[in-house]
Design a protein around this ligand. Structure first.
Ligand code: CA
Length: 642
């Protein structure tokens, strides 16, 4: 753990974060102190105490008293009140008055426990939420270069009866032996869960009715979502169950990565930010309108002192309290570079950070200050998704029916090579022929997330069907496995969407953020219907994990050991030579052929062992070939070693 860096800031109460969990509420059995920070213009703050998280009248209404915060730039005020007696189990809200107007009740920006639907914060002792054995829970030690990321939505994963899981759509599903066994059989070592902080779009009072949302609409950033708990009314339950999930995955050697969405809130007026410090946390355009770089109606202002501090303290809180192993920043391109670097500095080195290096609209901050993919070179220790290799494989983002390499569209080979090299400068990658990037944006290969599909857009099967008219099932499977072979033999950090190993389909739905279970669910029955798919995925991942040559983790090593071989139209081949990364194999050749006919490549002389051919993988060998001309069967990959 690095020393806490407060960046010369604000909010003295944050100092008590580790001990007390929330800078806005400090509980002891004798008394509870409430604190909230407002703009200097606030005229008053009222604290209301309730017996329930929703409904009923306040049992107490108290005026808070203010004092200026000496160290903030903006003349903010800190309001506080201490209530005697044991308040455990009670709920509370703040109401800030600006001028004659109350901004409305809010649980504050720093609630760490809430009632149903996150409308009121809860008084509890976080120590009561720790499952047995939590004090010995540790983040698994896995280097960034060794990670294999698996992106999962709780409901997708477990809701279908075919999953055989008991806790359908819940955190606890990931504690069940069948779930853990599947992840271990597949070989992934980090589960990246879609938004699991408290979000707005699922009504937690109606969980008996099927509801679905990805959850990109934050309400309370520092509380787990209630919809994935077995009882959203009880504030401790979602916290304990979330920890049980983390604990079970950690015991299985699997990291837990949170998808965090600090770039926007569900709405402006109802947001806890706006009800606490109006217009402080959101960027505006020159004409006074709210900027919308998130595409969701607003964008937060990470460059402002208290927003930056909020983001830093929030991720630290998830690491400290929930033992989180990494963060995936939604629309990282909305955040400023300085904030992302401050977050990197504030977190332990082994906490992995990556994000979407783009925004969903113009931001009210210049591009060269934003956490864009092109600026990753100025963000050491932070990675970005490579849409370069993704779209070179499956086709461009702006049309589901457009094909690329997999659909035998030539001209994508260099972009695939760019991804294979982990986005770092490489003498054989001609950047002028790469689809989106004008420079080798990764300084280290661990700064590039290599993937072909994620929750956004069509899943791989649907994209192949949409972009390759008349595709047969055999071709579909061959191309699916070919695509993932590119991903999992690349020097970047590999990432896959959950269910691809089950040949998942979303029935052609491009944006399934609120689609029903019938679209989003994983069909576990496909594991039996298409056993060759799961077998290939798991052996491919094992091959990567067993062989350091595929994940060198260092740009100089990549330049020294990775050599591209002459390829051709829709044919990319490369060699990992001279025991790359200390690999026991002296030489590895990978060839990716998307053509409908076999192709040949030229490899150095000698006797080679085939470990991948015709959608079969066996590290012990599927046979041998002699050097010189080697055949690569249609629409598949060959890997030979010696
Ligand atoms: Ca919620």
């Amino acid at each position: 753990m690095k020393t806490r860096k407060l960046l010369g800031l604000a909010v003295a109460a944050l100092l008590s974060l580790n001990a007390m969990a929330s800078p806005e509420m400090t509980y002891t059995p004798q008394a509870t102190t409430f604190k909230v920070t407002t703009l200097g213009t606030a005229r008053g703050v009222t604290l209301r105490l309730y017996d329930q998280g929703l409904g009923g009248k306040a049992t107490k209404t108290l005026k808070m008293t203010s004092r200026p915060i000496a160290r903030t730039q903006g003349g903010e005020l800190e309001w506080s009140v201490t209530v005697k007696g044991d308040l455990k189990g009670k709920f509370y809200t703040f109401s800030v008055q600006e001028g004659k107007k109350s901004l409305g009740e809010t649980p504050g920006i720093w609630a760490t426990a809430v009632g149903v639907n996150g409308q009121r914060a809860a008084v509890l002792d976080l120590a009561d939420t720790n499952p047995a054995g939590w004090d010995t829970d540790r983040r698994p030690a896995i280097d960034a270069k060794d990670l294999v990321l698996y992106e999962l939505h709780h409901r997708d994963f477990s809701i279908d009866p075919s999953s055989g899981l008991q806790h359908k759509g819940k955190y606890l599903a990931l504690t069940e032996p069948r779930a853990i066994a599947h992840l271990q059989a597949l070989g992934v070592n980090a589960v990246h869960i879609l938004p699991s902080f408290d979000y707005a779009s699922v009504d937690e009072t109606r969980l008996d009715v099927p509801q679905y949302n990805w959850g990109y609409d934050p309400v309370n950033y520092n509380v787990p979502e209630g919809g994935y708990s077995t009882d959203p009314y009880k504030p401790d339950v979602r916290i304990r169950e979330f920890k049980q999930m983390v604990q079970a995955l950690h015991r299985a050697g699997i990291k837990v990565i949170l998808d965090v969405v600090y770039n926007h809130t569900f709405n402006i007026d109802g947001s806890n930010f706006q009800r606490t410090m109006p217009d402080y946390f959101f960027r505006r355009n020159a004409d006074g309108t709210y900027s919308n770089g998130s595409g969701c109606g607003n964008e937060t202002a990470s460059e402002r002192e208290l927003m930056r501090q909020f983001m830093i303290e929030s991720v630290k809180y998830w690491v400290d309290e929930y033992h989180i192993d990494g963060f995936r920043f939604d629309l990282m391109g909305v955040h400023d570079i300085a904030t992302m670097n401050a977050i990197r500095q504030a977190l332990p080195d082994d906490v992995f950070i990556y994000g979407e290096g783009w925004s969903a609209g113009g931001c009210a901050l210049p591009n060269d200050q934003l956490g864009m993919k092109a600026n990753i070179g100025r963000m050491a220790g932070i990675a970005a998704f490579s849409d370069d290799i993704r779209d070179a494989l499956r086709g461009p983002w702006d049309g589901d029916d457009k094909a690329a390499f997999l659909g035998r569209v030539t001209g994508n080979e260099e972009s695939i090579k760019f991804g294979i090299a982990g986005g770092v400068q490489h003498p054989q990658v001609d950047i002028s022929k790469v689809n989106y990037s004008q420079h080798h944006w990764a300084t280290q290969p661990t700064q590039l997330i290599s993937y072909v599909s994620c929750h956004d857009d069509m899943c791989l099967v649907d994209r192949l069907r949409a972009s390759i008219p008349g595709i047969t099932e055999d071709e579909l499977i061959r191309l699916d496995l070919l695509a993932q072979t590119a991903v999992f033999t690349s020097q970047g950090v590999p990432f896959m969407l959950s269910g691809e190993e089950m040949l998942r389909t979303k029935l052609g739905v491009h944006n399934s953020y609120n689609s029903p279970d019938s679209i989003n669910h994983l069909d576990w029955g496909n594991l039996e219907r298409y056993p060759q798919v799961m077998a290939y995925y798991s052996k491919l991942i094992a091959l990567r994990k067993h062989h350091p040559a595929f994940h060198l983790g260092d740009a100089d090593l990549v330049r020294r050991h990775l050599e591209f071989l002459p390829g051709g139209d829709c044919l990319v081949a490369f060699r990992l030579k001279n025991h790359a990364g200390g690999d026991r194999w002296g030489d590895i050749v990978v060839a990716l052929n998307a053509n409908k006919q076999p192709r040949t490549i030229t490899v150095p002389d000698g006797r080679w062992t085939v470990v991948c051919r015709n959608i079969a993988i066996d590290e012990n060998g599927l046979g041998t070939v002699d050097g010189g001309q080697v055949t690569v069967p249609a629409q598949s990959a060959v890997i030979i070693v010696k």
